[in-house]
Write a protein that binds this ligand. Structure first.
Ligand code: HEC
Length: 123
C-alpha cells in the first residue's frame, strides 16, 4: 500500500508541476509587434480622412452641388474627368447652373476638395 501511495504522491507532484508550468506560460503575453507597426499607417489614414472632412470645399459642395447629382458621379466607372484642368472647367460649368453661382475662391475650394476626396489628380 505504501508503495502505491508514494507512486500516486509523486504522480500528483508531477501533475501539479505541469499545471504550474502551463500557468506560467500563459502569463507570458508577447507584445503584438505587427499590430504596433500597423498603427501609424491607420492613424495617418484617419488623419488624412479627417483633414478632407474638414475642408471648406466639403461644406460648399454639400450645400450647393448635390441637387442634380451626388458625389457618386465622381467615382462612376465611366467618369469623365481625367485631369485637374477638366475638373476645374466642369466645376465652373456646373456652377453656372446654380441659382446663385459661387465666386472664384469658392470654386477653387470646391475643386480642391473634390480632387482630394475623389479624383486625386496630381496637381
Ligand atoms: C443643374 C444640375 C447640376 C448641378 C447643380 C451641378 N451639377 Fe455637376 N454635373 C451635372 C451633370 C448633368 C453632369 C454630367 C455631365 C456629363 O456627363 O457630361 C455633372 C458632372 C459633374 C462632374 C464630372 C463627373 C465626372 O464624370 O467625372 C463634376 C466634377 C461636377 N459635376 C461637379 C459639380 C459641382 C462641384 C457642382 C456644384 C458647384 C455641381 N457639379 C453642380 C449637373 C449638375
Amino acid at each position: 500500500m505504501r508503495v502505491v501511495n508514494r507512486v500516486s504522491q509523486s504522480l500528483l507532484l508531477v501533475c501539479l508541476g505541469a499545471v504550474l508550468l502551463s500557468a506560467c506560460e500563459k502569463k507570458e503575453a508577447p507584445p503584438p509587434a505587427i499590430e504596433d507597426k500597423k498603427q501609424p499607417t491607420n492613424s495617418a489614414a484617419q488623419t488624412k480622412e479627417a483633414a478632407i472632412a474638414a475642408m471648406p470645399g466639403r461644406t460648399l459642395h454639400n450645400t450647393n452641388c448635390v441637387s442634380c447629382h451626388d458625389a457618386k458621379i465622381y467615382t462612376r466607372p465611366e467618369h469623365k474627368m481625367k485631369d485637374l484642368m477638366q475638373l476645374n472647367a466642369q466645376v465652373t460649368r456646373c456652377n453656372a447652373n446654380l441659382a446663385q453661382p459661387l465666386g472664384e475662391a469658392d470654386l477653387k475650394q470646391l475643386s480642391d476638395y473634390i480632387n482630394q476626396a475623389y479624383y486625386q489628380f496630381a496637381n
